[in-house]
Design a protein around this ligand. Structure first.
Ligand code: COA
Length: 320
């Protein structure tokens, strides 16, 4: 028995902010952002919350899969930007989709969140502890940006993507995942500081900070390695893969990965031009866009790969 994706869904906030709009509020340019990253615009939440986006994506994935809430026995949400510390985003989704029999929890693996979720679901299925799971990546990163820091805020966007996964023949052929906490300070955002009657705390909220070049180097080295490992584990050649669904951080990272794998850019669909980097939501949103565009047929082999803060990474070879 395998771990098969049987439905996908996604949700983006209504407001789109083009690079030229950012030119009006900070010292940047459309040309700089496009040439360094490929990003043209991103969706920014105004009324939408992380939970709202997650629930909308989850409902679409369930509809796409033809699965009711009662059938779902596991809900995992990858997020670094939940609306509440607790209850988890996953528990809020459980309530919204009436998944009364599910166990629900969030994980923090940043931009590798969907891949980590897939890996956990695969392990639950293997252990016989679940049969139908909902995996969601959901982020409102715009609230975690320092909008005075042009080197980070122009890169990110908001949205959610979801997949319904069932214990069925086929599906995941291999998954690899990894972490390197030793390089974690390359991409950070502190939670609230220790603050109680016994210690004075500066209650200023922290925002996302990034050593862009360190993250870039990490991505272009680690992602092709992880994909190669996943391919070897699956007994597949890169040439057999129809699409590589990569985390949408930067077009230059994606092109570098394609080059290292000796694969044409056309096999790497992108939506970062319109969405920016949406951390844990990037991979499932792109998967949903590719799925709904009718680009996937039963039996196609794809690779999904995520990477980001932690540092964390994951790659999977999947039969559609
Ligand atoms: N608009 C205009 N200029 C900007 C800018 C912006 N939005 N952001 C930074 N700059 C400036 C810098 O201040 C710097 O100016 P200086 O040379 O006068 O000091 C110059 O552009 C070059 O900055 P640098 O950081 O060296 O640019 P870069 O070529 O490394 O590109 C990134 C920066 C962030 C695009 C690139 O490092 C990157 O994509 N890294 C990976 C980040 C990522 O994907 N993170 C998420 C992973 S999950």
């Amino acid at each position: 028995m395998g771990t098969k994706i049987i439905g996908t869904g996604s949700a983006l906030p209504g407001l789109t902010i083009h690079n030229t709009k950012l030119e009006e509020i900070m010292d940047t340019s459309d040309e700089w952002i496009r040439s360094r990253t490929g990003i043209e615009e991103r969706h920014i939440a105004v009324e939408e919350t992380t939970t709202f986006l997650a629930v909308t994506a989850a409902r679409k994935a369930m509809e796409n899969a033809g699965v009711s809430g009662e059938e779902i026995d596991l809900i995992i949400v990858g997020t670094v930007s939940g609306d509440m510390c607790f209850p988890s985003t996953a528990c809020q989704i459980q309530e919204a989709v009436s998944a009364v029999h599910a166990t629900a929890f969030d994980i923090n693996a940043a931009c590798a969140g969907f891949l980590f979720g897939l890996s956990i679901v695969d392990a639950y299925f293997y252990a016989g502890r679940a049969k139908t799971a909902l995996i969601i990546g959901a982020e409102v990163l715009s609230k975690m940006m320092d909008w005075a820091d042009r080197s980070t805020c122009v890169l990110f966007g908001d949205g959610a993507g979801a997949a319904v996964v069932r214990k069925e023949e086929g599906g995941i052929l291999s998954i690899v995942q990894g972490s390197d906490g030793g390089r974690g300070m390359a991409l950070t955002c502190h939670n609230r500081p220790v603050n109680n009657p016994f210690v004075r705390a500066d209650n200023t909220l922290d925002y996302t900070k990034m050593d862009g070049q360190a993250v870039f180097r990490f991505a272009v080295k680690t992602v092709p390695e992880a994909i190669r490992q996943a391919l070897a584990k699956a007994g597949c050649e890169a040439d057999e893969i129809k699409y590589f669904i990569l985390h949408q951080a930067n077009i230059r990272i994606i092109e570098a990965v394609a080059k290292k794998l000796g694969q044409p850019d056309e096999k790497f669909p992108t939506n970062l031009q319109k969405c920016g980097n949406i951390s844990a939501a990037s991979v499932p949103i792109l998967l949903d866009h590719v799925n709904r565009a009718g680009m996937l047929e039963k039996g196609d082999k794809i690779v999904a790969a995520g990477f980001g803060a932690g540092l964390t990474w994951g790659a999977a070879v999947i039969v559609w």
